[in-house]
Design a protein around this ligand. Sequence first.
Ligand code: NCD
Length: 315
Amino acid sequence: MRHLIDPADFTLEETLRLMDLADRIHDDPAAYRDVALRRRLATLFYEPSTRTRLSFEAAMLNLGGQVIGFPDAGVSSAAKGETVADTIRIVSCYADIAAMRHPKEGAPARAARYSGIPVINAGDGGHSHPTQTLLDMMTIRRRKGTLDGLTIGFCGDLKFGRTVHSLIKSLARCEGMRFVLISPEELRVPDYIIEEVLGPRGIPFAEVRSLEQALPELDILYMTRVQRERFFNEEDYVRLKNSYILTAEKMALARPDMAVLHPLPRVNEISLAVDSDPRAAYFEQAHNGVFMRMALIMTLLGLKDPKTGEVAFPC
Ligand code: NCD
């Protein structure tokens, strides 16, 4: 049995196979509507979510499966002091697979150790968000036709943004990547990303302050929200929250084939006028997320693709 806790839990080869399956589902979702009949997904969400939880649930329902779970720690036994280790032991009796979001870094990894069913990390604190990474990569590949040789700009809260950490980790395995890390000094990527991910692989990267200066060279711009809930004080948040706002005027500096990604929710870092620009790919990301999560659930449960008669890879 395998879990998805960190993007590196799947090799690049496995990740690409999963994306191939998600693309096949995207092109013909009706062919997959009975694949997970009588299987059950548990969504265990200890932190707010719209897209991630609902797209996991939609994914399981699209596969003909069922869903149980809780959307908030306050309505689960966590409020009485139950540990994630005990909770997952219990949930293993009720469901075939679980997706867990938790404010504490490492909570889904701990749950996986005690689990009788595959556990998917749906976001743990400021650490990691591997399923967002899968759908981000799917969207980049569908837009650019490749995952190699791209210059990718990450902009905003690179310190607390778990989607940024996971995506850099996973893309660092592709060929010929360049990263431009655009943030205020206080919100730079954590040192481990540079020391353990980019440095050892000799991946070219630059840490810069100016979005305007970086824009013309980017193939992808990955915007992020300043992560208010992870700040220690409100003053710092208020000072930094408007550091970057992508406007239609700034988009004029970018390449005609650049794609703008954002994991959402957006606060005000992308103005509404950008939504109608064909380079805006953030709503497409949310759409792709359902197909990606269908592919992931199928693969972790060992369910065969009815189109190929095979699993994406053995789990
Ligand atoms: C992200 C998250 O939860 O980390 N949202 C998401 O899952 N799409 C990004 C964010 O909250 O800013």
